[in-house]
Design a protein around this ligand. Structure first.
Ligand code: ATP
Ligand code: MG
Length: 760
């Protein structure tokens, strides 16, 4: 990549901070980082962060690190690591040195944790999850000290070492910082440092069975690498206090990093959470992470979007300190503007209609020399064949032209671009009366598209030769979602646009067999050859974006598929509520959002109904899975209520929260919740009995457990063999894997079944 991420000097609140730091001598060199978690492909929001971090480093002649934040063993994958590197490179990010991995710092992080214990600043807590949550309090209620908080240093150290040695099961102990259970910032109430997780890590393998929490790991990663400015998104604002606490307690550090927050990018008509993008991939709603409709960097690249366009977009939206929803029209503008500069012009007809030139000699083929760039022969030309049989686009002809029709109709003349003037003399129809072909006569003296008498037809059409053009599959894309805020209400999948992909059997000019891979199909849009699906002789072209051309404004009554695909380009986006501002302006919403990791737009919508908000707040306290609770309240419960007030429910929010917790734990499937809620709303009473009565319980037992067990034994035969040779600590590892596969099964049953197999 020769292009740099930062062509021009920019200024924003971050450059102000850096300028001040440099001026005061706090730093002499700027070191930033981009720290993705390798649990998915990068999306356009990440590209904003990449361009910002690499751009700042470049602007100040510093360096930027690429660091895989791989502290969570589950869901991370080497394929994601590769895709991330590729995407960052493609965007022009040049990282300093090798790619870094947070997992490489595990030994150092652990050492520092022992130090915290030794200094009396951390302790091993053995409360169960439920107790711990209860005792943490909330924003209106102080926390309560754990009964284990006053363990001696020696006991804490011993327990921590045994946690590390794999002596305990997942969830039995955690290491916590000893800060203050009455701290107004809930995150400061003795936050978790390490938890036990018997899981295989894609890099460190089975070396570790305790893994550091984000809030502990991230500042240490930054400090170990000597990061000066650690830039993250706004939802981490409340974590900053903890970031500083950990660094202050583990220092002194040669370079003391500081965290700064900026607004994350949210775009209309799309979703950006990796979890949701993964769901689209897994449910096969799209062809993969690189489906051209996806907001991923890989998807946009395959669609034909350029890194320059993304940079221009990032510059335009700038770096702000308040979240807002960006109009997708801004992105489309940047893309179009860049492609206008980058794309040579070519001819393609998406809906071919045959034209026969009655006065053209049967066997004559002319090779017209047309420039790739309009009015500029110097940038190269290509041969475009022209003969008696041609195609024009079906929508450029009208059998019954409206008054303002300018294109082809019987008795009218048009220019075929770069070729000749033709006049339509008559049409051919099939037995159903549909037009199947046009009979035209050509002005043989108008070669090159200029008539000798200087007359000017009202329209210039694109065309291709019928016999010499090539068949091509053209993919027209529309927005993936049909509403601006797909995460706003209910299940986001409901809002998928069923017409987001249209396949068209088109005809393209022969020079495209080997010509440029990125072109403007004249009068149609910008297209990019699909490298993945194109076969020799069977090319596939992706529409990057439609043209914003005057022709899209003139009447295109029968444009059909194309008009649909072109529409988003010109349609103004519906005005968006600034959910972020609404949430930011309300401390209660803000606290809920931070604590439960909620989408601002969804939370904002919920907040319109204070009764529902209160119900949600009480339910989520019990359920603890914020996004799931929110979805169930807004969607399933609202559906079951059918317009009735939430205060009329025959059960309380806490009981509802317990059902949500069961769904989160896999004890009840989301599908059965849909059956349960209407019945429960009608009849009230105890949810568990109703679940039993309706036969909805979904726990993994019996056959499902044996099946999962068989899978685990098969997939981990090596570990099984090692266990049998005496490495008994692998029991916990295998049990962890089994518990994850047989989600919702009884741990005791799983353990005995596993042991029975291992010892047989
Ligand atoms: P998700 O919540 O979808 O999993 P994430 O934020 O957890 O995304 P990370 O891999 O942790 O994803 O993100 C890497 C970096 O990219 C972080 O520094 C994060 O702040 C930044 N980032 C992620 N999403 C956005 C966004 N929408 N806008 C700007 N920066 C973002
Ligand atoms: Mg993250």
């Amino acid at each position: 990549m020769t292009q740099s991420v930062s062509p021009a000097r920019r200024s924003n609140f971050l450059t102000d901070i850096i300028d001040a730091d440099l001026a005061a001598g706090r730093h002499t060199k700027v070191v930033t980082r981009f720290p993705p978690e390798p649990n998915g492909y990068l999306h356009i929001g990440h590209s904003k962060s990449i361009l910002l971090n690499f751009g700042l480093a470049e602007q100040y002649h510093g360096v930027c690190h690429l660091r895989m934040d791989d502290t969570n063993p589950v869901a991370e994958d080497i394929d994601y690591v590769r895709s991330i590197q590729h995407d960052v490179e493609w965007l022009g990010g040049k990282w300093d040195g090798e790619v870094r991995f947070a997992s490489d710092y595990f030994p150092r992080m652990y050492e520092l944790a022992e130090r915290l214990v030794q200094e009396g600043k951390a302790y091993v807590d053995s409360q169960d999850v439920e107790e711990m949550r209860k005792n943490r309090g909330d924003f209106g209620r102080h926390g309560v000290n754990s009964q284990y908080r006053e363990r001696s240093i020696a006991e804490n150290l011993d327990l921590l070492r045994r946690m590390k040695a794999g002596e305990f099961a997942d969830g039995s102990h955690v290491l916590r910082a000893k800060i203050d259970m009455t701290h107004p910032n809930i995150l400061m109430r003795d936050p978790l440092i390490y938890r036990i997780r018997h899981a295989h890590h894609h890099r460190s393998g089975d070396t570790w069975c305790i893994y550091p929490m984000y809030d502990y790991a991230h500042p240490l990663e930054d400090a170990i690498e000597g990061i000066t400015h650690s830039i993250c998104t706004l939802e981490f604002e409340t974590n900053r206090e903890l970031y500083d606490w950990f660094l202050d307690q583990t220092g002194p550090w040669q370079t003391r990093p500081r965290q700064y927050e900026f607004a994350r990018l949210a775009l209309g008509y799309t979703v950006m959470s990796k979890r949701k993008l993964l769901q689209l991939v897994q449910d096969k709603r799209v062809s993969g992470w690189d489906d051209p409709r996806m907001p991923t960097v890989a998807g946009m690249r395959r669609r034909g979007v350029t890194p320059e366009a993304l940079r221009d977009f990032a510059d335009r939206i700038g770096v702000a300190k308040n979240n807002s929803l960006v109009d997708i029209g801004k992105l489309e503008f940047s893309i179009r503007q860049d492609l206008e500069k980058q794309c040579p012009r070519a001819l393609a007809v998406l809906k071919p209609l045959t034209v026969t030139l009655t006065n053209w000699p049967d066997d004559m083929v002319q090779q017209l020399d047309l420039p790739w760039w309009p009015n500029d022969q110097s940038k190269g030309t290509r041969k475009v064949p022209f003969s008696k049989h041609l195609y024009i686009d079906r929508d450029d002809f009208s059998a019954d032209p409206p008054a303002d029709w300018r294109r082809l109709a019987v008795g009218r003349e048009v220019r075929l671009q770069g070729a000749y003037f033709v006049r339509c003399d008559g049409v051919e129809r099939n037995p159903q009366g549909e037009v199947t072909g046009l009979r035209c006569s050509v002005d043989l003296h108008s070669r090159g598209g200029e008539a000798q008498d200087g007359r000017q037809p009202a329209a210039t059409l694109h065309w291709v030769d019928a016999r010499h053009s090539l068949a091509a599959e053209v993919r027209l894309y529309d927005r993936l979602f049909s509403v601006e805020l797909p995460d706003g209400e209910g299940d986001f999948l409901q809002h998928l646009n069923s017409d987001s992909l249209q396949l068209v059997q088109a005809r393209i000019e022969p020079a495209l067999a080997e010509g440029p891979e990125r072109v403007q199909f004249v009068r149609v849009g910008y297209f990019f050859r699909d490298a993945k699906d194109s076969q020799p002789g069977a090319p596939v072209w992706n529409q990057t974006i439609s043209l914003k051309d005057s022709w899209t404004k003139t009447a295109q009554p029968a444009r059909g598929a194309k008009a649909k695909a072109a529409a988003p380009a010109t349609q103004p986006a519906a005005p968006a509520t600034d959910w972020a501002a609404l949430v930011a302006g309300n401390p209660i919403l803000q606290a809920l959002q931070t604590r439960y990791n909620l989408e601002v737009s969804a939370l904002g919508r919920l907040a319109h109904d204070p009764a529902r908000l209160a119900f949600f707040a009480a339910a989520v306290e019990v359920a603890s899975d914020g996004p799931l609770t929110l979805r169930l309240v807004q969607n399933d419960l609202a559906g079951a209520l059918a317009g009735a007030a939430i205060s009329s429910l025959p059960f309380d929010a806490k009981a509802f929260g317990r059902v949500v917790a069961d769904i989160a734990a896999g004890k009840l499937s989301p599908g059965s919740a849909k059956q349960l809620l209407p019945a429960w709303v009608k009849r009230g009473g105890d949810a568990d009995s109703l679940v039993a009565e309706l036969g909805l319980g979904a726990g993994v037992q019996g056959d499902a457990l044996s099946e999962a067990l068989a899978n685990v034994l098969h997939a981990h035969a090596a570990e099984v063999a090692r266990y049998r040779q005496g490495e008994i600590k692998l029991l916990a590892v295998l049990l962890g894997i089994l518990m994850r596969q047989a989600k919702g099964c009884d741990p005791q049953a799983a353990r005995s079944a596993l042991l029975a197999q291992l010892q047989s």
